[in-house]
Each structure stands twice: as C-alpha cells, then as structure tokens.
Design a protein around this ligand. Structure first.
Ligand code: IVH
Length: 716
C-alpha cells in the first residue's frame, strides 16, 4: 500500500495561514480521491489507518484554522457521490460516519465530553453500548408495512445507490419482517463477507482469470455492486443490523431495545453487543472483542461505543460528519493476532525447505493474511541467524496465538507468541529431516568453519519433483532462457500433464505434439495462435549466450554475476563442463582453476563441481545440449599481464572508446575503476589527462599511454 503523501508533517501550531491553506487544499483533494477509490471503485490504494491519518491531520488543521472549513470541501462529505451504474436514492435521514479514537485515554475523554455536553457530573451514571465495528459496507434497508422495498448504499451520506435487486438475493435479509414493525421502518447495518467465503471467491475468481479482491470488505462491496443480481446471488453476503434511519415511530427508547427489536423481527444482530456502565466496562469489552478477533471469521476494525439512551442522543446531536453520541475505538493498524493452524514445508528450486505459517486468515493493514514466512527451523525455535535468542527465545508451535506485523508491502512477520494462550500439551515443532516432496534426506550443509547452514536442503536434486518444477520455472525465466509463453502457470500445467519434465523436453515439445493425438491447442487456456507463438518462442532460444545458459541451469550459488564470471573465464560451455567435472576432486588443478577465478571462492567452486559431477545432471545436460547451443563468449585470459590488476583509464583515448577499453580490460581479467586510489595498479592516460594523472603520480602509480597499453597486453 502506498504511504500517505505527507512524510514529515509540519507542527500545526507553527504553520502560517498560507501553509495551512495549501496543505488543507492538498489533503482535501487527496481525501476526495481516496473516497472515490474506496466507495465507487471498491479499490482503495491506502490502508484505513493511512486514510484515518489523512483525515485526522485535515481535521486538526481545520480546528486550528477554522476559516478554512467550508461546507463545500470534499472532506466534509462522507464517502463519495454514487456511481452512475445504479439509480440514486436520497436518504431521508443522512447516513453519517463515526469519529475515531485509538486509546483508553481518548475513550475516557469521549465519555467525559458526552457528560459535559449533557451537563452531567463526571461521576453521574451513564450507559453506553459497546459492539464490534464491522469492516464491511453500510447499507440502509427500507421496509414498508413489514415488506422489504428498497436497499441503498451510503454513497456520499446524502445520496446512495439503489441496490434493491441485489440485496434481495441475500438470504439473511428477510423479505418480510416477522412481527409488528412501524409502517416505515428503515434499518441500517453492515453487509460483510466471511473470511472463508472471501478465500473461496478469490480462488474461483483467480481460476476464471477474473479480478481478485484485496480483502473481504472490497469483495463484499464488489459483490453487492454487480450489475446483474444473479451474480450477487452467487456471492455469499451477510448482514448485521445496528442502526436505523427513517422510522414512523421508534419501537424502543434505547439502543439495546432497538437491537432486541431488530432481532425479534428476524434481522441478524451482532451477539457481542453489550451494555456498559463505565469506561472500565467499555474497555473491558473492547479487550474481549479484540481477543476474539482472530476467531470471529469476519473482519472487524474496532469497537463502537454508543450512548444507549435515545432521548439523550437527540440532545447530543451531530458535529460535522459524525454523531456526538457515538465513537469508533479502532484497533491498532498493521498488527493483528491470529492462530497458527499449521506449518507447511515448501521446497524451493535449490531444494531449500522453507517453513510457512498457515494462519487463521486475518486482515492486517487492509490485506487478508493467511500465510507468513517462518524462515527456517532455528527461527521457529526462537533463535536468530547467529544463534542469539529472538522473541525472547520463545519457540513457535502449531496452535499458538501469534501477533503479526506487516510493514508496507513487506511479507508479514510473526513478532510474538501470546504464551498465555498457548494450548496445553503442545510440543515444540519438529522440523522434518526428509524432503516432503520426494522423501530424500534433507540436510543442513556445514560451511568452512563447520557451522550448520540455517537452511535445510533436500539432496534429491533433479529427482525431486518440487525442485524439478521450480528449476524449470527458473530455466524459462526472463533473465535465464527467457521463453515467452512458458510462465509459471504453463510450466506447472505441462509438468502435471507430463509433457515437460526436464529442460530438454521443452525443445522436443513441438515434435511430440505433432505426433500426438491430444494436441496442446485443444487444452483449455490454449489455442492455435498461442501454441504457434509458444513454439516460435522456444525455437528462438535454440541458441543462447553461454552466460545465460549457465545461469538457467540453476546451479547453487550461481546467479547472473557468477554465471557471467564463469562464462567469461571459460568462453565455451564445454570448457566449463570439462573443468568443472574434473574439479570434483577437491585437490585437483581444475578445482584450483575454478577457485582462482576473480569473484569465485571455495563455496561457489564446490557448488559448481557438485553440479557437474552429479549423474542426474549429466544426463539432463546431455539431452539439453542436443537441443540447445550455448553461444561462446570471448574468454578472459587469466594469464594476461594485466589479470587481477585494477586499472583506471583517463584522458582522451584515440584507438578505442571508453566502453571498449573497459570491456577489453575485463576480458583480460583486469578490474576497471573510475577513480585513482591506493588500490589502483595501472593508469592508462590519453592526451588531456588532468587530476587523475596528478594523483597517480603523487601515489607513485605506474602510468602508461594508450599505445603502451596495446603493446603491454599483446594486442598490437
Ligand atoms: S453506528 C451515525 N455501528 O462504520 C453513524 N457503525 O466509520 C452510526 N460500522 O458508516 C453508525 N460497524 O458503516 C455503527 N456497529 C456499528 C458499525 C458501524 C461498522 C460502520 C458504518 C459507519 C462506519 C463509520
């Protein structure tokens, strides 16, 4: 999610009127834009907490500079004007919003403020209701003589959208009220989607190639605002009644009484609605609701406190966009507690076993989270990368209640375990010693000092299906073979269909397809054109620069840079292969040669040797090389007179461009630097050389001309 635009807010007290006016205007525009994204497009780009921060800042500026407050300001509106898709409904009683508070002190202030306004002593008894703040979308349902006649969204608070036909498909909303109700009866509440239904819907959407939703709230909003009610009918939506609008008569004098009436009429009400007689009771209920948040099965983002007595509410009235008689006590954003249901082990392309936390879904900062990384087995045990205790040394167990944190777009982390909630008889998690995908032994490699790697790896190489699919994905990826049309999904598909098992199979696919009766073009998701394009993309990669080919093999520790180093050193793939095979013997000359390549150390040399001596890999390579030709690269000479030296070029070069000079030097095994330092071995200076030449002379660094460079490097 995008961060709010203001990063270093200026203290409002020290603002000039002009500064305040500018920021006020900017915030008003920004808030209005977010309102449209949230209310009309069901696609917010910032979290609720970030939105609240914008609002708070905006309100604080208006409070300090009251002249800036204008009725027309977009930030005075609630939500955004209704979209054009639906007919408009004017709300007889506006649908307003709630002010937010974030801590116990503010709750205390809220209660005091209400009492002060009503002229009650601070210790006077006053009842408030406390109930969950449902994170869905507000809706107004109109019943005439007990019959459901109209449903409207909030819109901008004054005018909403007519979604009657869609709401009729929601089973929980009765078409006819059970029992006596006032003639005109407009009940309000929240429409929401459960975590489970949200996950199922997103899965279905993804499978159908349709847009997926960020969270249940957007999902509920999107579902309700379908043009065709038949589509809404397929989406399971729920409803809680907690407020009302236009009523011929009020059936009760209190909030609790109204809620009881709703229930008796067959409307769903939230079971966590209680009556409180003090701030302490309100806070206690807030804590209770917070502790149940993870297991409710639907999203809530705080607790709403309301004055229970409706006559007192009349007196309290509204200020700007929210009632004086109610407030939303929001949960802290970006953190949430939930339950760890399971630990799943994923096997990566290099055989790494990564534990993933499978969580009871929970929304953290506007995004539903059901997975979190657990990094490795030490991390689960409560140990950091240097063996130091993390989370106070507390281990993570299946069944634990854990606190999650998500910062920006970062993958959520488990920041702590709520030990009080650890179920009895849990055992420390036992990390598997074998690969869950192929059953081969999974081991922790020891480094030169005998320290175990934090990652446990499968030793199954290419026999391990998890690694095979991941290796194929890597092989085809953009910086490797770059085969267009063979993305992750297609690879998984072809692997499952047993059409592609190893990289060589990719290049025989067309031929086999031609000979086969079941054609790829007849599979779902393919067609004549896409298959033709795929085959063309594969053909185009029958020859490929050797460095990319090496990278594509997915050798451990050989990323793009090391692949380029190996390619530059050996020039051809065959040369690399021969040396690497011989390097299986640790004391061989071949191993020493690998080791001595600039940038390649013991660990990489060993990984390269291991790869090439492994029989499975040999077979895979033979088959692949029958299909693909790695284009040689001009080999770098290790024995050149400038190998391993650091060179600086300066002044005007006449026989080559600067770029050419750099490439040439690198090919000869030298490093090229941009400035002269003590580490410089050689300065090549052309006419007009200035400060670099002076510095080199000062440091006593050997300096030669461009011609001398050609002679020295034997290129004359
Ligand atoms: S009472 C005058 N109770 O929160 C407003 N609102 O931020 C009376 N909401 O627009 C609203 N749960 O959509 C109330 N238990 C609850 C609520 C609730 C969710 C929503 C509602 C409102 C928004 C305000």
């Amino acid at each position: 999610m995008k961060a709010p635009k203001f990063t270093a807010p200026k203290a409002i007290e020290t603002m000039t009127v002009r500064q305040a006016r500018n920021e006020h205007a900017r915030l008003a525009t920004e808030i209005a834009e977010h309102d449209v994204r949230y209310h009309q497009q069901d696609a917010p780009t910032i979290s609720d907490a970030e939105y609240d921060a914008l609002r708070q800042r905006f309100n604080a500026i208006e409070a300090a500079f009251p002249d800036l407050a204008q009725e027309a300001s977009p930030a005075h509106k609630v939500g955004a004007a209704p979209s054009e898709k639906f007919a408009k409904v004017r709300h007889v009683v506006p649908m307003l919003s709630l002010g937010n508070i974030f801590d116990v002190e503010e709750a205390d202030e809220f209660v005091s403020r209400v009492k002060r306004f009503l002229g009650l002593p601070v210790d006077a008894p006053l009842a408030f209701t406390a109930e969950p703040k449902i994170d869905g979308l507000s809706i107004s349902l109109r019943y005439q003589k007990g019959e459901f006649v109209q449903a409207a969204t909030r819109g901008d608070g004054f005018e909403g959208e007519d979604v009657t036909a869609n709401v009729r498909t929601i089973r929980e909303i009765p078409a006819r009220l059970q029992g006596d109700a006032p003639d005109t009866f407009e009940v309000r509440g929240e429409i929401y989607m459960t975590h489970k239904d949200f996950a199922d819907l997103n899965k279905r959407q993804a499978e159908a190639g349709e847009k997926t939703f960020a969270n249940p709230r957007n999902s509920a909003a999107g579902s309700l605002r379908q043009i065709d009610p038949a589509n809404t009918a397929k989406r399971p939506l729920h409803f809680f009644a907690y407020a009302w609008g236009d009523m011929t008569t009020l059936p009760s004098e209190t909030q609790m009484g109204m809620v009881a009436k709703f229930k008796s009429l067959g409307l769903p009400v939230n079971p966590l609605t209680v009556l409180c007689h003090s701030v302490q009771e309100m806070i206690a209920h807030y804590r209770l609701i917070e502790s149940q948040r993870a297991t409710l099965g639907y999203d809530i983002d705080g607790v709403v406190y309301k004055v229970d007595n409706l006559a007192l509410r009349e007196r309290l009235g509204f200020v700007s966009r929210s009632p004086r008689w109610a407030v939303a006590h929001k949960f802290p954003a970006e953190r949430a507690t939930t339950i760890l249901r399971d630990i799943e082990i994923q096997v990566g392309r290099t055989g790494s076993l990564t534990p993933v936390a499978k969580l009871e879904p929970v929304t953290v900062g506007g995004v539903v989270v059901s997975n979190a990384t657990l990094h490795n087995e030490d991390y689960i045990r409560g140990l950091g990368s240097r063996g130091e205790p993390i989370r106070n040394g507390v281990d993570i167990r299946v069944g634990d209640t854990v606190e999650l944190q998500r910062a920006g777009d970062v993958i959520p982390q488990i920041v702590s375990v709520v030990l009080d909630k650890r179920p009895a008889h849990t055992k420390p998690y036992e990390f598997p010693q074998t690969c869950p995908a192929c059953g081969s032994a999974a081991v922790r490699e020891l480094d030169e000092k005998g320290v175990a790697d934090s990652v446990r790896r499968c030793t199954g190489g290419l026999v391990c299906p998890a690694q095979a699919v991941e290796r194929l994905k890597h092989f085809c990826s953009r910086n490797a073979m770059d085969i267009e049309g063979l993305g992750d999904k297609q690879i998984e598909f072809f692997y499952e269909k047993e059409l592609i098992k190893t990289p060589a199979d990719i290049f025989t696919l067309e031929k086999r397809d031609a000979e086969s009766l079941t054609k790829i073009e007849n599979f779902e998701g393919f067609g004549k054109t896409s298959v033709r394009n795929l085959f063309a993309a594969i053909e185009a990669r029958r020859s490929i620069p050797v460095n990319r080919f090496i990278f594509a093999l997915g050798i451990r520790h050989v990323g793009e840079t090391n692949a380029r180093r190996l390619a530059r050193h050996f020039g051809t793939f065959e040369a690399l292969r021969q040396t690497a095979r011989a390097a299986g013997d640790e004391n061989s000359e071949a191993r020493a040669e690998l080791n001595n390549i600039e940038g390649i150390g013991d660990v990489v040399a060993e990984a390269v040797a291991d790869f090439f001596v492994e029989d499975h890999n040999e077979q895979v390579l033979d088959a692949l090389l029958a299909q693909v030709t790695p284009e040689p690269m001009e080999a770098v000479k290790n024995d050149s007179p400038v190998a391993g030296k650091t060179i600086v070029f300066t002044g005007a070069l006449e026989r080559m461009t600067r770029e050419e000079a750099k490439a040439q030097a690198e090919r000869l095994g030298a490093k090229v630097a941009g400035s002269v330092s003590k580490k410089t071995d050689l300065l090549v200076a052309g006419p007009g050389a200035g400060s670099k030449l002076a510095k080199a002379q000062e440091l006593g660094i050997e300096t030669i001309s461009e011609d001398e460079w050609f002679i020295r490097t034997g290129q004359n």
